[in-house]
Design a protein around this ligand. Structure first.
Ligand code: EPU
Length: 418
């Protein structure tokens, strides 16, 4: 089994370019199904979830070619409308293919996603919205069978601003007759990136990034080239790591406006952060002051995916830090692993209270999920001695060339086979 071996203690110094965003490339790969031509996606990160999405596209009949960070998708000859169970299981967010396949083929058959490491992952909002657009849905032998005689635009008010449901509606609505208005839509930057891809491919869409999005169903005609936005969660991971262990990092192509809540928290804790255009520079002596309560909320609030790494960075901060998780029920599984390294963290439901200690020590720990695994990497970089992190496959879902990137900044990190 693969493990990451990290000997902590050194500072991180250097510069790096932020990889393309996983949560942007996945819905855009699904969107490429709607294009009656070729899509070229640039800046695609090399990740297990991206490989899984490409396998789904190939299964449907798309021709997909990967050249370095570019992915070329030719969707002219789609022949199938089903995603088999084994492919669905490879990627948690494969439900994002539902709206796109339904829109393109008039029928979609997907197996039902189960729960995941972050707790139950219901898709009721996705299904309700597709039904409102004119889809008939039934559950047959563990599959969702979704059919339509023709989608028709309508007003959809999401009960909560779900990122995935907003994306699914956008994709289906592009193929609907007439106008669809989504209210209480998610406002995450990944929604804006998806809208930019759709617009470049010929869709008429406005309001992405705000709570009301309007889509005129007109289909997607044009072949297009689109550059995937930088991954704000990966950027936040490296910023948190430098804040924690000390050092100096220049993050290039990081889109600072996506990271405002994290930058504010790190500045308040004593880090020096300079923003210049798309780049962010951070300097830290590794001695963080008290961090004010961190409360996760939908964008533009503090991102749930950035919280685990900031929590790891706070374990040696002055005083106590309070974290409140409002998005996922089961986000704190990595806390038990941090405790093995000596961290003092009390958990009660959605609240974690971290009491700063003087030192962490290396230990054998396991990644429990993607961002929890990244938090263990951050902790290990600032711990005394060696940490071995197992279940690395969780981390590989979201971080392209993690060891090479951190190694380039001076970290002592290697992947071993145990
Ligand atoms: N929810 C429902 N019903 C639904 C849909 C969502 O109850 O039909 C609930 C979820 O259970 C959750 C909350 O609403 O408690 C938010 O879910 P949302 O739909 O917004 O999240 P998602 O689309 O499943 C995406 C990212 C997540 C990220 C969240 C929140 C992708 C592929 N995934 O998930 O990323 O945490 O938005 O920002 O875009 C990660 O990258 O590690 C990750 C988990």
């Amino acid at each position: 089994m693969e493990k990451l071996k990290i000997r902590g203690g050194g500072q991180l110094v250097g510069r790096l370019r932020v990889q393309g965003a996983k949560n942007s490339v996945l819905p855009i790969l699904a969107a490429s199904i709607l294009v009656q031509g070729e899509s070229v996606l640039q800046n695609c990160p090399d990740l297990k979830d991206v490989d899984a999405a490409i396998s789904i596209l190939r299964h449907l009949g798309c021709k997909v070619k990967r050249q370095g960070k570019d992915v070329h998708i030719d969707s002219k000859a789609i022949t199938r409308c089903d995603v088999p169970d084994d492919l669905m299981r490879e990627m948690r967010s494969s439900v994002i293919f539902l709206g796109a396949i339904l829109g393109r083929m008039g029928e979609a058959i997907l197996s039902l996603p189960g729960g995941c490491e972050l707790g139950p992952r219901p898709i009721d909002l996705h299904l309700e919205a597709l039904r409102a657009l004119g889809a008939d849905l039934e559950e047959v032998g563990g599959n969702i069978v979704c059919r339509t005689e023709g989608l028709v635009g309508t007003e959809i008010n999401l009960a909560s601003p779900s990122v995935g449901a907003t994306e699914n509606v956008m994709l289906a609505a592009v193929c609907a007759k007439g106008e669809t208005v989504i209210t209480n839509a998610a406002r995450e930057p990944e929604i804006v990136d998806l809208a930019a891809f759709l617009a470049a491919s010929g869709a008429r869409i406005s309001g992405a990034g705000q709570s009301t999005i309007t889509i005129s169903g007109s289909g997607l005609g044009k072949s297009t080239t689109h550059r995937i936005m930088p991954d704000r969660i990966v950027a936040s991971t490296y910023l948190s790591a430098v804040a924690f262990v000390g050092g100096r990092l220049e993050l290039l192509d990081a889109e600072p406006t996506h990271l405002e809540t994290l930058i504010t928290a790190l500045r308040a804790a004593g880090c020096e952060i300079t923003v210049s255009g798309q780049d962010i520079q951070i300097e830290s002596d590794g001695k963080l002051g008290a961090i004010s309560p961190v409360i996760t909320r939908p964008y533009p609030g503090f991102p749930t995916d950035a919280m685990p790494c900031l929590l790891a960075a706070s374990v040696k901060a002055q005083g106590t830090t309070v974290f409140i998780e409002n998005i996922f029920q089961n986000r704190y599984r990595y806390v038990e692993e941090l405790r093995r390294m000596g961290a003092e963290i009390k958990l009660e439901g959605r609240v974690a209270v971290v009491t700063g200690i003087s030192n962490l020590h290396g230990a054998r720990v396991d990644a429990t999920d993607l961002r929890g695994g990244a938090a263990l990497v951050v902790a290990a970089l600032g711990a005394e001695g060696e940490t071995q992190i197992g279940e690395v496959h969780h981390i590989d879902r979201g971080y392209d060339s993690l060891e090479a990137t951190l190694g380039g900044l001076g970290a002592d990190i290697e992947r071993v086979n145990d």
